[in-house]
Design a protein around this ligand. Structure first.
Ligand SMILES: [Cu+2]
Length: 465
């Protein structure tokens, strides 16, 4: 049986406690330490791929491709190849990417630079690279069959063009595109303006959005899936494996978000009204900047968001709530409000330890998966993850934190830990009595309402897949 996120949750709901398959060491990250934020982020923004004329971009969980200067040309080398990729501890897959990673390394350059980019194909099929949004000679555009012969396995092609623009851009194949992009072939190409930024940027982050049909129990993304994806990622990682964006109070921060997934994503930031200052069209004139707290980044688009950092731990996430979950289901039976007590006892005779869930919401799922009561197939992740200082974070997928602290050194990108809230700046408990106070209501709460009675459902008439 092909395992989809739908089946996985049905299994979870049916209390499937035996892991499907041996070697389940990787099956699920039960260990709480694995739910913590990544402790030690990799190095600071790469100095190698950068020529000192701009604030280098930090690609969360990613890296910048170094270049060589050869006769005034910046030379880069991308290798298209199969890679072993970890979405978060407990979930790995064979994907396709560049130079050992998905996404491929970020290419950073400056308006006016001449680039020569070698592309070596180590995939089992032909490929090419399209420089998405870059103004260049038609023949360099990288559209297989239209502007070039495809790069056959083992071959290396050189692309060469001069950058006439600045802004946030991307690269990806234009060959067997559905498969190659679903497997993870993508990267960002960021061009800094030659005359510097009109507003100094202190921290510059890059986030590439993607979706993956990595069915629980499998180890390769399924390229044929169009909608029901299992994993939603920032730079091919899911929370809590996504690094936080770190800034000092007062820093001007830019977050460059690019979307090569198959959905539009309303990207939401807490704590500030950011300015949308640019797109694939480059940095917009100031008169076009607009304050937002959520910005839709459409399929194939990029958006630049800028703000002045204020202290705290602030969520940064897609607002499609199914995109801040790991493997879970659509079209599963709705158990909200369904009393499963009787059924639970019957099922326990067959499956000892079975727990009926979902009657009062799904928040309990994280405790059950964390404690090891509920285990899924190999190589998938609990749908909710992450531990904060006040309990479960109950998120996965496209979620991370912006962590802003006073007085951080300019090049310090280490996770500063959890925010220490000043006294009087958190909600506090004032009562544990549900009948507390005399709140204004229109109508009665459902448990006091005589008007609405639920009818028993005839299960024999229900369709089960
Ligand atoms: Cu989304």
């Amino acid at each position: 049986m092909k395992m989809t996120r739908r089946h996985w949750v049905q299994l979870m709901g049916a209390g499937a406690i035996a892991p499907l398959g041996v070697g389940a060491a990787r099956a699920l990250a039960q260990d709480h330490s694995k739910h913590a934020m990544p402790a030690e982020p990799p190095a600071r923004p790469s100095k190698e791929g950068h020529d000192g004329r701009y604030t280098p971009v930090r690609t969360l969980n990613g890296w910048t491709l170094p270049y060589r200067m050869v006769d005034g040309v910046k030379e880069y080398h991308l290798v298209a190849e199969e890679v072993v990729h970890e979405f978060a501890p407990g979930c790995v897959a064979k994907c396709w990417g560049y130079n050992g990673t998905t996404p491929g390394p970020t290419i950073e350059a400056v308006e006016g630079d001449r680039l020569r980019i070698y592309v070596t194909n180590r995939l089992p099929e032909h490929t090419n690279i399209h420089w998405h949004g870059i103004l260049l000679p038609s023949g360099m555009d990288g559209v297989g069959g239209v502007t070039q012969r495809n790069i056959q396995p083992g071959e290396t092609y050189a692309y060469e063009f001069t950058l006439k623009q600045s802004g946030t851009h991307k690269y990806h194949p234009h060959a067997d595109e559905m498969v190659q992009m679903a497997m993870g072939m993508m990267g960002m190409l960021i061009i800094h303006p030659k005359d510097g930024e009109p507003e100094r940027i202190d921290r510059d982050y890059a986030v590439l959005l993607h979706n993956w049909a990595l069915h629980p129990g499998t180890y390769r993304p399924d390229p044929s899936v169009m909608q029901d994806f299992d994993l939603w990622t920032f730079n091919s990682k899911v929370f809590p494996a996504i690094e936080p964006m770190v800034a000092a109070t007062g820093d001007r921060v830019r977050v460059r978000v690019a979307n090569l997934s198959m959905w539009n994503h309303p990207i939401h930031m807490h704590g500030v009204q950011f300015l949308v200052t640019g797109s694939d069209g480059g940095r917009w004139p100031k008169s076009l900047w607009r304050p937002e707290v959520t910005e839709i980044v459409g399929v194939g688009q990029t958006r630049d968001m800028e703000f002045v950092a204020v202290p705290g731990d602030w969520a940064f996430h897609c607002h499609m709530s199914h995109h801040t979950m790991n493997a879970m289901g659509h079209e599963i039976p709705n158990t909200m409000g369904v009393d499963q007590k009787g059924v639970e006892e019957e099922i326990r005779k067959i499956l000892p330890g079975y727990m009926a869930m979902g009657k009062d919401g799904m928040a309990e799922h994280q405790d059950h998966t964390d404690s090891g009561h509920m285990r899924g197939p190999e190589n998938t992740l609990p749908m909710m993850m992450g531990k904060g200082p006040f309990g479960n974070i109950e998120m996965g997928g496209m979620f991370t934190l912006i962590k802003v602290r006073d007085g951080l050194p300019a090049d310090d990108y280490r996770d500063p830990g959890w925010f220490n809230h000043p006294p009087g700046t958190q909600p506090k408990r004032v009562s544990s009595d549900p009948n507390f106070g005399n709140p204004v209501r229109r109508g009665l709460p459902a448990d006091a309402s005589p008007k609405f009675e639920t009818k028993p459902v005839d299960h024999s008439k229900m369709k089960h897949s």
